[in-house]
Design a binder for this molecule. Structure first.
Ligand code: ATP
Ligand code: MG
Length: 196
């Protein structure tokens, strides 16, 4: 099948960005394709939701530190090496030194560049890359350059809150998840099967 590779952006403060990306991954896999997933700011440590005075910081914490996603584990089990995941990050984003995050982002970005040059991958998911861009761990111009020079048929999905305007302009599809309600505000913490 001839395809036009799309740049898709899932952003906004509502839930559903990463799960939407995984839904597309399943479709690609269902068609026999290959998917590469790079997770920025993900550590395999236990989710910690100690309260912080600053609510947005609290949200950012739970957004960036989770268990390994059970969906990815299940998909890998079923589809084997047709889906591959690389996770980068080590612990609390806001409590670990900026240099540590910089290093993790650099390694994650290196892997992204490899995947975006590899014709094997029909879909590449850059999960939470907007966070890296928003906090200036990564240069928007570098990302734009690599996205533009990828093979024409390759699909890319970029997720994370606060997608930069330049990325939004470049993308073929942009969906903003808007938070209307979230159980977190009623004190319901992350649950297996729903968040990871
Ligand atoms: P998901 O992985 O469930 O699709 P997401 O990728 O859209 O979520 P992220 O910004 O990556 O969302 O944050 C992930 C975590 O933050 C999830 O556990 C999610 O439930 C939680 N979250 C998302 N939106 C909100 C919100 N408005 N308030 C509090 N927590 C939120
Ligand atoms: Mg996410």
């Amino acid at each position: 099948v001839k395809t036009k590779g799309l740049i898709q952006v899932y952003t906004g403060d509502g839930k559903g960005k990463t799960t939407a990306a995984l839904g597309v991954a399943l479709r690609i896999l269902g068609h026999g394709g290959r998917v590469g997933v790079v997770q920025f700011f993900k550590s395999a440590t236990v989710n910690d939701q100690r309260s912080t005075k600053n609510k947005s910081l609290r949200v950012a914490r739970c957004a960036l530190n989770r268990h390994h996603d059970a969906a990815l584990v299940a998909i890998e089990k079923y589809f084997g090496s047709r889906l591959k995941t690389w996770s980068f990050g080590g612990g609390f984003t806001w409590s670990v030194a900026r240099e540590e995050n910089t290093k993790a982002v650099q390694n994650a970005w290196k892997k992204c560049c490899e995947l975006l040059k590899d014709p094997k991958y029909n879909l590449v998911i850059l999960d939470e890359i907007h966070i890296a861009l928003h906090y200036k761990f990564l240069k928007v111009s570098d990302v734009v350059k690599v996205l533009k020079s990828r093979r024409p048929g390759q699909h890319v999905i970029l997720t994370g809150r606060n997608a930069p305007q330049t990325i939004i302009r470049l993308a073929d599809l942009v969906t903003e998840m808007k938070c209307v309600k979230h159980p977190f505000t009623c004190g319901v913490l992350a649950q297996p099967g729903i968040e990871f």
